[in-house]
Each structure stands twice: as structure tokens, then as C-alpha cells.
Design a protein around this ligand. Structure first.
Ligand SMILES: Cc1ncc(COP(=O)(O)O)c(C=O)c1O
Length: 404
């Protein structure tokens, strides 16, 4: 058997170093637990950045994938296939929208939303050619394409990738007033993460999303909610926008839509918006493939019961209560989040997020820092209450130990 150190060395030697993984080599997983090549078990508190909301090896999802693998995996959209109709109708129903447009990764879905908003702006709203602007937020994370990093405020994500795509106005996250000031006659969309995940699980002030909804409606501007990380059960609702009773014009979905099996993303919108796309104007070889549709249909079925949303809500209450108890002691400066999703700020004079993640790993908990000294906890929703509280205890003890 090749050792952990050897596997890491071999992995790093022949791949670009665009990630800085924790030094663990995972071999298998079930539910909320993963096992490394040495047989050590860890509680997964990252869930593939919320791609594994329904747990590793979820029986319903794996069964759907297996059945599909044996029958039909890829056709391209040059033809229809027998899983597409159920996927499109299922996701449209789940979002309450007329139609969907499937892609693969989150970034592709964000790109799709941007393209659709611009085309809608020119063809429906009547914005003069190439004058459209989209309002976006500081500290956003929407993916890694050249257009998306053009409106990133994170130097790591953006620097040295210019020339940048124009047409974006960046305003302070959490300030509806800033959105109102940025919107003009050429604004076609406001794009927002209902909770900013990569920025540190930042929950905006109450009423923020509602106010953005109002500004968009008043100004004939599309509200685009990037629910790639916040959506599909994570926060205790199907969509994080629901916490404010807000319905955006465009949902952008990804991550958990693929059930932790394959990349599946999509946007969902009504006919008056998504209807602007005609044959040949946008697409993807793999988007909406039979395997992706089979897996996504299983995910949609799971979400339809509301069982996972309720569990994330309930366990989220337990998690946040326990985390609040840590603030002000053991080096924990602040905690926030919603449902089974938390950002925990550690006093930076005690340790970096990386050091805390490594200390947690040594204690059997896999979690990752977002920025600086913030740790994100986002376990699969199948996690037991006992395991969840154990993980929080490990965090408290690890930080306490680092504090000396
Ligand atoms: C809110 C949000 N949007 C978009 C993306 C990009 O998704 P992907 O990595 O699948 O391209 C992410 C990934 O973390 C995300 O959190």
C-alpha cells in the first residue's frame, strides 16, 4: 500500500498547485464520515463545499446513478433522452419557475445567468447594445471563469487574469442602499449570494434580500440569486431566499444538485426571461446529460419531502446554540450562519484558519478555513446530533489548545 506521504507527494508532483489541501488522503466515505488510506475516520464538516448535503453514498442517489449507468449515460443535447423531461419539470416545479437551463459546474450556471440577463436586457428591457450593467457585491464568490473573476474583489481569485470583462458594478454586501444607488436605466440584473459562503458564511442584515427584491421590481431589473452553496437544504429551507420570503427572478443552482456524484448545475427562471435563449445561442455538451438528470431527479425527490430541510433547521438550531456558547472564550471571536452552515471567527493572534483546520484534522474532524481565521462548518445534513456536538467540542478544544 502506498502511504499517505507518498500519495501526497505523487499528487503534488504532477498537478498544478491551485489548491492547498489538508494532508489527508481519503479512500471511502459513508453518510457524514470519511475514511483515509490508513483507515482513520473523520467527520466530514465541509461536505465538498455543500455538494454532499444528502451525505456520502446516499442510497437513493447512488441507486439512481447505478440504474442510469447501466442504461444510458450521454447523448448530448443534439437528441432528446428519456430522463430530460422529468428533470426539467422536477426542477422547474421545485423552484416554482417555468423553465430551467442545465449546465455542469456552478461557474457555468453563473455565466449562463449573466448571458441570459444581458440578452433579456437588450431584447426585452430595451437597453442599448453593449451598455448593460449588472450590480454585484463586494467579497462575492461566483466561480473562476475570466468573466466571473473580473468582478471578484479577492486578489487571489482576480489578479493577473486581465484584461477583465466590463459591465459590472461592485457594491458593499449587506447595503440595500448601495444597490439602489448603483442601479440605473442600463442595469439588467442584481446578482447576490443570499448568504456569502466563501467570504466566511456572512449572513446579511434582515430585510436585505427583500429590499433588493423591491429595488429590482421597481426598476425592471432581474434579481439573480446565486444559491449554488446556500440552496438545496443547507440553511434549513430549499432556498436561502425563503428565509426572507423572497422569490428571485433567476435561481442559480449547482453543487448539491449533483448529489455528490456528478457536476450538475442549472438556472431556473420564467418564460419571459429564459425564453430569450434560442437554438444555438448557448449550450454545453454535457449539460443535462442522462446521468446528471437521473441523479438530479433523485435529489429533487429527496428535497420534495422537506425532510432534509427540516433536519438542517433542527440540527442548525442545536449547532448555533452550542457555537454561541463558545464566543468570548477559547479564542472564538464570533459565530454566524443559518441551518447547518456556520462561520466561526478565531482570534487571529491565536492561530490561522489553516492551523485550526490542521488541529481539527488531528482530532478527526475535516473542516476548512474560508478566509483568514474563519472556519466553515457545513456537515452533511445526515450528520447525527451527537457527532455534530462532538465536532463542536473538538473545535473548542483545538482552539483552546492552540491558545495555550
Ligand atoms: C456561491 C457560489 N457560486 C458559484 C460557485 C462556483 O461553483 P463551481 O466551483 O462548481 O464552478 C461557488 C463555489 O464555491 C459558490 O459557492
Amino acid at each position: 500500500m502506498t502511504s499517505t506521504a507518498e500519495l501526497i507527494e505523487l499528487s503534488e508532483r504532477r498537478s498544478a498547485h491551485n489548491y492547498h489541501p489538508l494532508p489527508v488522503v481519503i479512500r471511502e466515505a459513508q453518510g457524514a464520515w470519511v475514511v483515509d488510506v490508513e483507515g482513520r475516520r473523520y467527520l466530514d464538516c465541509l461536505s465538498g463545499y455543500s455538494s454532499l448535503n444528502f451525505g456520502h453514498g446516499n442510497a437513493k442517489i447512488i441507486e439512481a446513478a447505478r440504474e442510469q449507468l447501466d442504461r444510458l449515460t450521454l447523448t448530448s443535447r443534439a437528441f432528446f433522452h428519456d430522463r430530460f423531461a422529468a428533470f426539467a419539470a422536477g426542477l422547474a416545479d421545485l423552484t416554482g419557475k417555468d423553465m430551467v437551463l442545465p449546465m455542469n459546474t456552478g461557474a457555468e450556471a453563473v455565466e449562463t445567468a449573466i448571458k441570459v440577463a444581458r440578452k433579456w436586457g437588450y431584447q426585452v428591457k430595451g437597453v442599448a447594445r453593449d451598455q448593460a450593467n449588472i450590480v454585484v457585491m463586494e467579497d462575492n464568490f461566483h466561480g473562476r471563469t475570466t468573466t466571473i473573476v473580473s468582478f471578484s474583489t479577492d486578489p487571489d481569485a482576480r489578479d493577473d487574469y486581465g484584461p477583465y470583462t466590463p459591465g459590472f458594478r461592485i457594491v458593499k454586501y449587506g447595503s440595500a442602499e448601495a444597490v439602489r444607488e448603483a442601479v440605473d436605466a442600463d442595469t439588467v440584473a442584481v446578482m447576490v449570494e443570499p448568504i456569502q459562503g466563501e467570504a466566511g458564511v456572512l449572513v446579511p442584515p434582515d430585510g436585505y434580500l427583500r429590499q433588493i427584491r423591491e429595488i429590482c421590481t421597481e426598476n425592471n431589473v432581474l434579481m439573480i440569486a446565486d444559491e449554488i452553496q446556500s440552496g438545496l437544504g443547507r440553511t434549513g429551507e430549499t432556498f436561502a431566499c425563503e428565509h426572507e420570503g423572497v422569490v428571485p427572478d433567476v435561481y442559480v443552482l449547482g453543487k448539491a444538485l449533483g448529489g455528490g456524484v456528478v457536476p450538475v448545475s442549472a438556472i431556473a427562471a420564467d418564460q419571459d426571461v429564459l425564453g430569450v435563449i434560442r437554438p444555438g445561442q448557448h449550450g454545453s455538451t454535457f449539460g443535462g446529460n442522462p446521468l446528471a438528470c437521473a441523479v438530479a431527479c433523485a435529489v429533487i425527490e429527496i428535497l420534495r419531502t422537506g425532510e432534509y430541510q427540516a433536519r438542517a433547521r433542527e440540527l442548525g438550531g442545536v449547532l448555533h446554540e452550542r457555537l454561541r456558547g463558545l464566543v468570548g472564550r477559547s479564542g472564538v471571536v464570533a459565530v454566524r450562519g443559518r441551518g447547518l452552515w456556520a462561520g466561526i471567527d478565531i482570534d487571529p493572534s491565536i492561530a490561522t484558519g489553516r492551523e485550526v483546520s490542521e488541529a481539527l484534522m488531528a482530532r478527526g474532524v475535516l473542516a476548512k478555513d474560508t478566509h483568514g481565521s474563519t472556519i466553515r462548518l457545513a456537515p452533511p445534513i445526515v450528520v447525527s446530533e451527537e457527532d455534530l456536538l462532538w465536532a463542536v467540542d473538538q473545535l473548542a478544544e483545538a482552539v483552546g489548545e492552540l491558545a495555550g
